[in-house]
Design a protein around this ligand. Structure first.
Ligand SMILES: C[S@@+](CC[C@H](N)C(=O)[O-])C[C@H]1O[C@@H](n2cnc3c(N)ncnc32)[C@H](O)[C@@H]1O
Length: 278
């Protein structure tokens, strides 16, 4: 059992099920849904500049939420499969796929940790971005799923919040170190939030979540142990959500710290490939 207490996973799933209609409703515009329905295939500037061509690639999107990025990648010619553990997210992703005529996009309801069995076949690209590993207690098991689903020569693309940023809280206008760098798998950080991060004020009843901060060394070691060789890793001073109340806009859908703050790392991205023989 990857989750030391099944209640951690169940609380998180109930929380995500509840967020899906709020995010799909898109009252604050965070998810750019009208642009998406009009044919937009843009991701955020970081992935757009780093991911490279996906045309014709078999692509597995882990933790796909309600499928917007999965379907944007399908529009770029990828043969996509999205995986998420939230039934509400998968139902909405399938509805969106039907609405835009992408019946070729597959969406599978599965925990990430069960995805190696739940999803058939292997992929040229495994893609996972923005708000993913903070929901996962065990990066070794996560990396093994990625390695199991990559075809020989396949690549893994990852972009997410930087662990340094995830250790800080803004308190009275100052960034304060608040969380240790590696959350123990069996002692997650416990958060209570009655609203989601988009600024929509709809109250969330399943407000308790269990989350994990993973250091860069834990991330890189997990990929290496699973047979994945990192080709490059980049750190960014921008992130696609206002990580702290003090953040200011930094281009389309992106946020950074205000100019009076040092440019701390807010995001990281990397590509890794299966080592031959793995
Ligand atoms: C912040 S969202 C990721 C957003 C994503 N970047 C996108 O394309 O919109 C996190 C997602 O992880 C999913 N999730 C969390 N824990 C999971 C798990 N153990 N297995 C599968 N999905 C999980 C949630 O249901 C949610 O849809």
């Amino acid at each position: 059992m990857v989750f030391a207490d099944p209640a951690f996973r169940e609380a998180n799933r109930a929380n995500w099920d509840e967020r899906v209609p709020i995010h799909r409703g898109n009252r604050t515009g965070t998810y750019r849904i009208s642009e998406f329905l009009a044919g937009d295939d843009r991701l955020h500037p970081i992935e757009d500049s780093e991911l490279g061509p996906v045309d014709g690639a078999r692509l597995l999107h882990l933790q796909c939420h309600f499928g917007l990025d999965t379907l944007r990648l399908a529009r770029r010619g990828a043969r996509v499969t999205g995986v998420d553990f939230s039934p509400a997210a998968i139902a909405e992703a399938r509805a969106l796929a039907a609405r835009i005529g992408r019946d070729d996009a597959r969406f599978v309801e599965s925990d990430v940790y069960a995805a190696a069995e739940a999803v058939k076949g292997r992929f040229d690209i495994v893609f996972t971005t923005w708000g993913t590993i903070c929901w996962l207690p065990d990066l070794d098991a996560w990396a093994r799923v990625i390695a199991a689903k990559l075809a020989p020569g396949g690549r893994f693309y990852f972009a997410d919040g930087h662990p340094f940023m995830l250790m800080l809280e803004e308190i009275d206008g100052r960034l304060v170190p608040s969380y240790p760098q590696d959350t123990p798998p069996d002692r997650p950080l416990v958060f209570e939030a009655t609203q989601t991060y988009t600024g929509d004020r709809t109250p969330i009843v399943n407000s308790r979540t269990y989350e994990w901060v993973h250091s860069i060394s834990r991330l890189l070691t997990a990929l290496d142990r699973a047979g994945l060789a990192v080709e490059w890793l980049r750190e960014h001073s921008q992130v696609p959500w206002p990580a702290f109340p003090m953040c200011v806009p930094a281009g389309p859908g992106m946020y950074r710290l205000p100019p009076e703050q040092p440019a701390l790392p807010l995001a990281l991205s990397l590509t890794a490939r299966l080592r031959s023989g793995s």
